[in-house]
Ligand binder design. Structure first.
Ligand SMILES: N[C@@H](CCC(=O)N[C@@H](CS)C(=O)NCC(=O)O)C(=O)O
Length: 192
């Protein structure tokens, strides 16, 4: 989504989980045997939020101030933790255990982090984005997570944001960025 927001051409290669495990996991594409990976001039970069931060900096979608840049990484890492919690909950085979874990995530863990993100925005002089009036990879990371994992691709802000007016507005602001809007309309269907 950061490439799309920057208007940069990219090749988006996706695999189904079955395809990944049977054909590619041990192929060397990813030294950590996990996705995503980014190839830059034949060199490989792993870990989704490291890739996000790198691409954001390269494409001028990152705060210029180093402290703010670190804060953007913090926001992205918190989102990464939420992804890990939800992925782990979804992996439980026992449906009772799975529902309990998903319930804790939905009712406690995710709202707690929403509260923090909302306060972060509030401290940002109400300019709309996490950092001033400029879109950054942190805004895109927030939108991408809530859109994929919580709203399941739906374009309205998910219910969990109902008590977070600034975050709900940020969700819409990112969604309505012209290049992101264009990408959403043509993005491939994925498991998320
Ligand atoms: N911390 C890693 C986690 C990567 C991860 O869990 N990747 C999943 C897909 S979202 C994966 O590769 N699963 C298949 C596998 O582990 O074989 C990141 O954020 O990039």
């Amino acid at each position: 989504m950061v490439f799309a927001a920057a208007g940069v051409e990219f090749e988006d290669v996706c695999y189904s989980i079955d395809e990944w495990i049977s054909k590619y996991k041990n192929s060397g594409i990813s030294p950590s045997r996990q996705l995503p990976v980014l190839y830059v001039d034949g060199k490989v970069l792993m870990e989704s939020k490291v890739i996000l931060s790198y691409v954001g900096k390269e494409l001028n979608l990152a705060p210029e101030d180093n402290f703010q840049l670190a804060q953007a990484d913090v926001l992205a890492h918190i989102i990464n933790d939420l992804e890990t919690v939800l992925s782990a909950a979804n992996r439980h085979e026992d449906s009772t255990v799975k529902e309990k874990a998903l319930g804790t995530a939905r009712k406690e863990i995710i709202p707690d982090k929403c509260g923090y993100f909302e306060k972060f925005l509030e401290a940002n002089d109400e300019e709309g984005f996490f950092f001033g009036d400029k879109l950054s990879f942190a805004d895109i990371c927030f939108f991408s997570f809530y859109n994929a994992y919580i709203a399941k691709g739906q374009l309205d802000p998910p219910v969990v944001l109902k008590d977070c007016p600034r975050l709900a507005a940020l969700y819409k602001k990112v969604r309505d960025e012209p290049k992101i809007k264009e990408w959403i309309e043509k993005r491939p269907e994925t498991a998320l």
